[in-house]
Each structure stands twice: as C-alpha cells, then as structure tokens.
Design a binder for this molecule. Structure first.
Ligand code: ASP
Length: 308
C-alpha cells in the first residue's frame, strides 16, 4: 500500500507555557488527538486526502478550544467572521470562503465552493447565500458564544486594537486550525479554518482562506496549512513559497519549511508556523512562536501530539 500521512494544527497562538495548567493542557492534547485520529482513520480506510483533511478540520471547528467554527473569536461588531480554504494537490482545485457568520463548519462550505461552484473564493453575504443553496448546516449566535472569547473581546472592544495572537506580550491564545494529508492514491490535500483575530474590523481577511498564502497543495511538492500573523503570511505568500522552494530549488520539505518560517517570514516581522506533508509522506511542523498546537501520524504509524 502507498504511504499515508496526516498532520493537524490548532494554531500557533498558544497559551504561553507558564500560564498553561495541567488540566487545560490535557484538554488541548485530547482535542488534538481526537482530530488527528479522525483524519487518519479515514486515510487508513482508503478515503481521499480531501475527505481526511476536511473531517479533521471539522472536528477542530466543533471544539470550542480552538479559534475556528464553534470557538471562533469575536470581531469588532460582536459577530464571528470566519474564513476557510481547502485545496487538492492532484487537480489544483481549491475552494474558500471568508467572512461567514452562521455556517457551522466553514471548511465544509469551502469544500462545496470547490466541488459545486465555478469559483474559488466566496465572501460574506454571497457565501452565506451559497451555503443556504447548498443546504449547508448553519447555527445561531448562541452556538458561537463562548465566555472566554467574549471576555477577550470585551477587554479590547472599544479600542483600535485587534488582538495579534502571536506577539510575545500576549497572554491569551487565538489561532487557526488546519490539516494536511497524503492518501493511499498518492494525492495531497490541505485545509485551513479560522475565526481570524479578536476585534478585527472593516471586513479584515487574513491568510487562511487565501490559496497560496495560508493554504496550498500540489502533488508535485507538498500540502501546507499555516497559522500566524495573517498580514505577514499574506505578504510572504508563505504556503506557495514552501512549495516553490521545493519545486524550483529542489529543497527538501524540511529545508524549505525552515527557510520560510525561520528566515523569510521572520525578516518581514511575521510570527507563526505551519504544518506540511510532502508527496513521499514526510511531515514538517515548524514554528517561530513559543508553541503551536500540533499533531501528526506518519506513514510508519508514529504519532506526535505537542504544544511547545
Ligand atoms: N492566520 C490567522 C489570521 O491571520 C490567525 C492565526 O493563525 O492565528 O487570520
């Protein structure tokens, strides 16, 4: 059988180490374990990498601990404006949504954009209209309400600040979720979903739903899902940059990831990390922040679940 591999992340904006407590840490580790197992189970039973990354991300979106879906942070208008994208490495097909407020699992809407529309990226009201046409499951504001998130927002809501989760000053966590996989047919896929940044305004969209910036897959090289200060990841075209370094300069997955996360993105002031799997099933999960919620199961069956 062809090799299978899967990696997931729950964001680089982790709770800083000295604020983490054992019981909370246990919850995070369990959340990561559940999601990685869910995706891997599908890969093992012969499902496509697209189905595996979608289902791992849906699992994380349903977990209020992570900033996506149910746990999405509050925007300045007191709502949730979620972004997501999915991409297949074989066809380079992709779908994304940004600024959706009521869709339970934004990643499933991104999948529908990829499979059932002529487009790649739908935004705001139009994306919600498409969701209702597709009978995509929605939820009301109560479902997305979380006391911890609400408090985070209350602390900064009347200021011009938006919470940059990756700054060293930060004591709270935010993040994004994502998954990348290689399936038994040799196909790669990547999926990413986020609530973005607390108190974001003006329809701000980060890197997560943008193909090539926060999410990318190409069977020639690798599949990538990013997390970090979105404005910098957009400017660094980070996900595509990793793929490009492999394709054009012949770098290994590990070397390409290191170049981008430890050098290029840092040079322009960006902080964060990414998860990546290449077309041979190798996995890399680099970050330049204090931690990144992450988990993987590679083709040897080796499981990693880590935060710092
Ligand atoms: N990259 C996400 C954004 O900028 C946030 C994150 O990964 O923490 O929307």
């Amino acid at each position: 059988m062809q090799k299978i591999s899967l990696a997931i992340h729950g964001g680089a904006g982790t709770i800083i180490k000295n604020k983490m407590n054992p019981s909370l840490e246990k919850k995070y580790l369990k959340g990561l374990k559940d999601a990685v197992n869910e995706g891997y189970k599908l890969l093992k039973s012969g499902s496509s990498s697209t189905d595996a990354v979608q289902s791992a991300v849906e699992n994380l979106e349903n977990n209020p601990l992570f900033n996506a879906g149910k746990g999405a942070v509050f925007s300045a208008n007191g709502k949730h404006e979620m972004d997501a994208a999915i991409m297949e490495g074989k066809s380079l097909n992709a779908g994304g949504v940004c600024g959706v407020s009521s869709v339970k699992n934004p990643i499933s809407l991104a999948r529908l954009v990829m499979d059932k529309s002529e487009h790649v990226l739908l935004s705001g009201k139009g994306a919600e209209d498409f969701a209702s046409l597709m009978n995509c499951k929605t939820e009301n504001e109560k479902y997305f309400y979380d006391e911890f998130r609400h408090d985070q927002w209350q602390r900064i809501k009347d200021t011009d600040k938006f919470q940059l989760d990756h700054s060293p000053k930060k004591t709270d966590k935010f993040g994004t979720v994502g998954a990348v996989a290689l399936d038994s047919f040799g196909n790669l896929a990547a999926a990413t979903s986020t609530g973005g940044m607390t108190n974001k305004k003006f329809g701000r969209v980060g890197d997560s739903p943008i193909i090539g910036a926060g999410n990318y897959a190409n069977n020639k090289t690798c599949a990538i899902s990013c997390t970090g200060s979105g404005e910098f990841f957009l400017r660094g075209v980070v996900a595509y940059d990793v793929s490009c370094l492999m394709e054009m300069r012949g770098l290994s997955l590990e070397a390409a990831c290191k170049e981008v996360i430890q050098k290029r993105i840092k040079l322009i002031g960006g902080d964060g990390g990414l998860i990546a799997v290449d077309n041979k099933g190798n996995i890399a999960m680099p970050f330049n922040t204090e931690g990144m919620y992450r988990a993987s199961i590679d083709f040897t069956g080796k499981e990693i679940i880590e935060i710092y």
